[in-house]
Design a protein around this ligand. Sequence first.
Ligand code: MG
Ligand code: MG
Length: 270
Amino acid sequence: MAIQIKNLAQLKSMRKAGLLVRETLDLVKENIKPGITTSALDAIAEANIRRGGGKSNFKGYHGFTGTICTSINEEIVHGIPSDRMIMPGDLVSIDCGAIIEGWHGDAAFSVIVDPIDSTDQKMLDVCEASMWRGIAAGKCGGKLTDMSYAIEQYIISQGKYGILREYGGHGIGSEMHQEPHILNFGKAGNGPEIMIGMALAIEPMITRGTDKTKVLSDDWTVVTTDKSRGAHFENSFAILPDGKPFVLTAHDGGKAKLSALGVEISSLLS
Ligand code: MG
Ligand code: MG
């Protein structure tokens, strides 16, 4: 299947969805503290998406029951909100998506509840920075795996981490998950050309141990086989008609992080 190309009007709708996702993630983040349950966090997200005129794209997705994914410690992605309480020292990953005007947004972050293990925090910082390196490498006219390569090389340069093999980024648009699949590792210069109108979700997932995972008996939660903790960060970005990128799920469109990496963002959505 061909990669969906969006026009400026469609990308404007995707920006609305992306901002609502980011605002929802910010609100969830503020509420992550010991004693709150993951289902309470889910309710906060659901209410905020509704308040913002959006609709969850997670809820009902292949039967998923949450508005967000809540993954704790050795759970890396796809954890289901439940009556589980957040505990001191937990490493919590939240993934969220929303639809506005038929267009999707998708983003995620990880955070550690006090007391913070500094080695865990370094892993989170490496994961987040690798996401920005990947986006910065997603240049109009370049190749898809330029991003994969940039993500992996940065992670490798920072220490010994497991990079999940079976999960990766994806195209996004009138559906949450579209072609192409985007690996978080591999050689540069392969895959389709990155073109104006493409929108891509970049989401590295790394662990302090193995890159091997299994899915729990709930059919969703992805955990490391060695119980090592992991991190997950995600943003959705697009290539605008001026050939420049814009991060749909970042408040500033990615301006601060990308300019630090020498990449100028588009002003067409500002
Ligand atoms: Mg996501
Ligand atoms: Mg995604």
